[in-house]
Write a protein that binds this ligand. Structure first.
Ligand code: 5AD
Ligand code: SF4
Length: 517
């Protein structure tokens, strides 16, 4: 069948979509770029903030109109929103034919088949949710084993010679056990489960053999990765995914009798066993239990990027407690100090929620103080949005008015901009490797600058408004964006790593030139 798949939300979702795509292609389905051409329309959804859900509702509205007009169309909602909304969504949106949670995606082909014979299949055969009775197995372990097969069945054909294909995600942990009070992820993606290191290393090797240059390891709290060997085996004796050990495991030294792969061990293994991998990075780090062993492996392994995405969420201890984050501001700062001491050139990004339940002006000021203190290259700033099913939704009043949330959001963005500008400035004068990803053409506001090539539209005199510059855009190992004047053969450079000399900076961008051109 012809399938259209649209993805919302995080990197985890992007990876899920890639795996779903591979799985459906291998079964003979084909993918089309526009929903109008499709027989099956799938939305891989995100539930983390309300805004992401609104977009899906509007897509479902459009699909509903098509079905009302008599089109034969299968509409599927997959991912976190399906899991969170459950069968309610079916009731409110009768145009939805199937629903599949993120922990059940291996069952998607079956659900599509069932929906194709909709009259024959009753609704329960078109729903696969972890919280639903139709779950195929009573045990988390068996469900995980099946889900692991989805990751293992990833297609490893030689990748196209473009930047997107040369950069890949590899999951190391599914789910999350932290239960931050605002967050829906532990409810939609379930308990933290770690993949066996051999599966992860093998997946990295096969991706690199297929032409991938850059791998980003994914986990909700990636530094909590820990795999104890010999405890979880499949029926045929292979290592199986394993439920996380819990926070207590990080409070005491590892059991001397146990053979354990820590996150530091895993990074080291991938770096050593996949020597052709050019860049290894990982998201998202949790500010607690991030040992010096990880920092040392990063320092000693030249192809591991010195970049951390490590959300603080707030700079107020009172808010951190209400959020159940499990650390204080001074513990967060102690961690940042360890990072900058061991890895002076490490770039740091984060996430911050403003307007969480009970946040006062003083709490917010403490968050501003944190942003002034930490050399963040960027922060994603979110207005708190209450999510049904979470502790905050049930027990804490969403009492910060929306206009206050908006004002704090804007003030923090402005402050972050000044911090980002300072961080970017430090790179001017250095030469850095840049992974080239994209070409863009844009208006040159004040004529040619910094050696950029100015083009005039259709040979007309280059009046200020018509002046265009063509730039190639890339990323440093620290995930800073670099814009360089595009040489004629720029297209052929996409998906390669080149040296760039940094000659200028803006709050969110470095200006560079190719030293040899
Ligand atoms: N409201 C606002 N932001 C949220 N995030 C997670 N849940 C919520 C929520 N209910 C943000 C956090 C997290 C990022 C992925 O999304 O900052 O790190
Ligand atoms: Fe959500 Fe907290 Fe888990 Fe991150 S650590 S996914 S914010 S519960």
């Amino acid at each position: 069948m012809r399938v259209y798949l649209e993805t919302f939300g995080c990197q985890m979702n992007e990876l899920d979509s890639e795996l779903v795509r591979g799985q459906l292609l291998s079964l003979g389905h084909e993918f089309v770029p526009h929903p109008d051409e499709a027989q099956v329309v799938l939305f891989n959804t995100c539930s983390v903030r309300e805004h992401a859900e609104q977009k899906v509702y509007s897509r479902l509205g459009l699909a509903g109109v098509r079905k009302k007009q008599g089109e034969q169309l299968i509409v599927g909602v997959i991912g976190c929103m399906a899991e969170r909304d459950g069968v309610d969504l079916f009731k409110r949106y009768p145009q939805v034919d199937l629903m599949c949670g993120p922990g059940e995606l291996d069952r998607l082909p079956l659900l599509i088949d069932n929906a194709a014979r909709a009259d024959a299949a009753d609704r329960s055969e078109r729903v696969a949710l972890a919280g639903n009775k139709s779950r195929r197995s009573a045990t988390l372990q068996a469900a995980e084993d099946n889900l692991e097969l989805l990751d293992l069945s990833r297609a490893f054909e030689p990748v196209a010679n473009d930047a997107k294909s040369r950069s890949a995600y590899v999951r190391i942990t599914r789910g999350c056990n932290k239960f931050c009070t605002y967050c829906v992820v532990p409810h939609t993606r379930g308990a933290e489960v770690h993949r066996p290191p051999s599966h992860i290393v093998d997946e990295c090797k096969r991706l690199v053999d297929a032409g991938v240059l850059e791998i980003t390891l994914l986990g909700q709290t990636i530094n909590h990765y820990r795999y104890t060997h010999g405890t979880a085996l499949t029926v045929d004796g292979h290592e199986a995914p394993q439920v996380g050990p819990g926070l207590a495991a990080f409070r005491k030294p590892p059991d001397p009798g146990a053979r354990t792969t820590t996150f530091a061990d895993l990074l080291h293994r991938i770096h050593e066993e996949v020597p052709a991998l050019q860049r290894l990075r990982f998201v998202t780090s949790y500010p607690r239990d991030f040992g010096d062993d990880i920092l040392q492996v990063m320092r000693d392994s030249p192809r591991i990027c010195h970049y951390l995405h490590v959300p603080a969420q707030s700079g107020s201890d009172r808010m951190l407690k209400a959020m159940n984050r499990g650390y204080t501001v001074s513990e967060y700062l102690e961690f940042i100090d360890r990072v900058t001491t061991t890895l002076p050139d490490c770039t740091i990004g984060g996430d911050i929620i403003v307007g969480f339940c009970g946040e006062t002006d003083e709490d917010f000021e403490q968050t501003c103080e944190l942003v002034r203190r930490v050399p963040y290259k960027n922060n994603f700033i979110f207005k708190y949005s209450p999510r049904p099913g979470t502790v905050a939704f049930d027990r804490l009043a969403d009492d910060v008015p929306d206009e206050v949330k908006r004002a704090r959001n804007n003030a923090l963005l402005a402050l972050q901009n000044t911090v980002s500008a300072r961080v970017h400035e430090r790179w001017v004068g250095r030469t850095v490797p840049v992974f080239l990803e994209d070409i863009r053409e844009r208006a040159a506001p004040t004529g040619p600058a910094n050696g950029h090539v100015a083009l005039s539209v259709a040979g007309r005199a280059p009046a200020a408004a018509t002046l265009r510059i063509r730039q190639v855009i890339g990323r440093t190992p620290g995930d800073l964006i670099v814009a360089l004047p595009a040489p004629e053969n720029a297209e052929t450079m996409l998906g390669t790593i080149q040296s760039a000399r940094i000659i200028g900076s803006k709050p969110l961008l470095l200006d560079g030139v190719f030293p040899t051109i």
